[in-house]
Design a protein around this ligand. Structure first.
Ligand code: ADP
Length: 497
């Protein structure tokens, strides 16, 4: 259910001023004085001018983050429990600004308001989860008897924050992605420089203001908006960044890895997917089918875990396809602020062209378009929910991440066949299995090369459950204890007895 906006004066005020960089606890213009425009993808109109941070600004932000990281205040005065309180307060402020933040997310990203509100609610849960972990970070003690000197030793490990962290996030879930990166880094005791995507920097900047209000020391959180090839590249290459966390495309992921080599900074990557969603004939189709539709078209398919390859057991294929198409034709596409709309616009004109090129390639390669395949209207970047059948594993639309509302549906005859087809991409982020046969479900889950496997559900996220990719979907796991581990080093201390 959508919570209605009663007062959006805060959003209007926010948009009426030029957006600045948040460095060392101060709001400042970029060193160059340059700005860039940010659009509402539902209208194509400029809604804000934002400071364009470049390498000089990244350098200032990294210096501020290093100073804060090394300060007595962050290292000593603020105890782990205090860090937890700061995070909890931040979550309270996110809650207090709930309606306005979700509204801003929708007008900047285009996503339906119900999704913006749900993602914000999940983000708040996520901050509270990590707030509860700050005082539970500790190593292990052991009596070491296998040492190379043959002696007895008391050995123990200490978990330390990795240091100053750079975080580069995409545009498809601006608040959620910012929180997924920032909350565990702060919980671990790091300081950070966040670079939001240039298409969607607005809510991240608001999060920075709320973090300041929550009382995080100056310089612990820095937010530098700017272009990927400028601010992003400078952050990834900076020699005083200890760890870089990135979510985005595989192409840029490769650039991040190369840039990290200069000082061997730690790297974690989340690079998208081409996830199989598998329906067996013994599944509860009343839930499986609408969820399959939701799993690809939610957020216009601009979700890294989108269930973009639907595999259906051959004996129910026609029936499932008919129902999927019927539900899809009932989906309303339009401005995300109207709660009746199920899909909003794509993020940009560039993304719209990219999606359409994939649709054309699907047609050229011989698959059959059964619904959608066109832009809607001329204002904003709306695209019809699109479905292909008669596809095979070699086609681009089956292999490559489209990041748009395009579903391919393919039949399978046997268990082994669906295992082989599901694993036949370079990605390995997520998968869905629909069956009432427990043994089949768990056996298949064990064979799928995916970081997350949902059984009889899809796109369920939990702050306590690790999330990340096999194969070229990434390095490392966010969420849960593993999400915290990304931001820590382990030190072993041995004392010979
Ligand atoms: P998309 O193609 O979906 O926009 P990208 O991978 O290009 O996704 O962008 C994800 C994030 O990476 C954004 O914050 C973007 O600014 C940033 N980025 C883009 N190019 C670079 C780069 N060369 N180095 C570092 N970050 C970059």
């Amino acid at each position: 259910m959508v919570m209605e906006a009663t007062d959006l004066a805060g959003v209007e005020k926010f948009l009426s001023r030029q957006q600045l960089l948040f460095i060392g606890g101060r709001w400042c213009e970029s060193t160059s004085g340059e700005t860039f425009p940010v659009l509402n993808p539902a209208t194509g109109k400029v809604i804000a001018q934002v400071a364009k941070g470049g390498s000089a600004d990244i350098d200032l932000a990294v210096k501020a983050a290093r100073k804060a990281f090394c300060s007595d205040e962050w290292q000593k005065k603020i105890t782990p429990a205090d860090r937890g309180k700061l995070l909890w307060k931040w979550a309270d402020l996110l809650e207090a600004n709930f309606i306005e933040l979700a509204h801003l997310e929708t007008i900047n990203n285009g996503m339906p308001i119900a999704i913006a509100q749900m993602a914000l609610a999940e983000s708040i849960k996520f901050v509270r989860y990590y707030s509860g972990m700050t005082a539970k970070i500790h190593g292990k003690a052991q009596h070491s008897k296998s040492g190379s000197n043959g002696g007895n030793a008391l050995a123990y490990t200490i978990r330390e924050p990795v240091g100053v962290v750079g975080q580069i996030i995409p545009w498809n879930g601006p608040i959620l992605m910012a929180i997924w990166k920032m909350a565990p880094a702060l919980a671990a005791g790091c300081s950070l420089v966040l670079k939001p995507d240039e298409k969607t920097p607005l809510t991240a900047l608001w999060l920075g203001a709320l973090a300041m209000e929550a009382g995080f020391p100056k310089g612990v959180i820095n937010i530098v908006s700017g272009l990927g090839e400028e601010a992003g590249a400078a952050l990834a290459a900076h020699s005083d960044i200890d760890k870089i966390a990135f979510t985005g495309s595989p192409e840029i992921g490769r650039e991040i890895v190369k840039a990290s080599a200069g000082n061997f900074k730690r790297v974690s990557l989340e690079l998208g997917g081409k996830s199989p969603n598998i329906i067996f004939s013994d599944a509860n189709l009343e839930i499986a089918i609408p969820t399959a539709v939701q799993s690809i078209f939610a957020n216009q398919g601009q979700v890294c875990t989108a269930g973009s390859r639907l595999y259906v057991e051959a004996n129910i294929f026609d029936r499932v396809v008919d129902t999927v198409v019927m539900i899809t034709k009932g989906l309303k596409v339009g401005n995300g602020l109207n709660p009746d709309n199920h899909l909003g616009p794509l993020i940009s004109n560039k993304q719209l062209s990219r999606v359409h090129q994939y649709v054309e390639s699907g047609l050229q390669e011989g698959s059959k378009l059964i619904t959608g395949g066109k832009q809607i209207g001329e204002t904003g970047y709306f695209y019809e929910p699109t479905i292909f059948i008669n596809c095979n594993s070699q086609m681009k639309i089956v292999q490559e991440e489209i990041f748009g509302p395009v579903l391919t549906i393919m039949p399978f005859e046997s268990f082994d066949e669906v295992v082989q087809k599901s694993n036949n991409t370079t990605y390995g982020l997520a998968a869905g299995i629909w069956t009432n046969n427990i043994k089949k479900a768990h056996t298949l889950a064990s064979y799928l090369q995916a970081g997350t496997v949902w059984i009889n559900s899809y796109n369920v996220f939990d702050p306590t459950c690790p999330f990340g990719g096999f194969k070229q979907s990434g390095w490392g796991r966010e969420c849960g204890q593993e999400g915290l581990d990304l931001y820590m080093e382990t030190k072993t201390v041995m004392c010979t007895l």
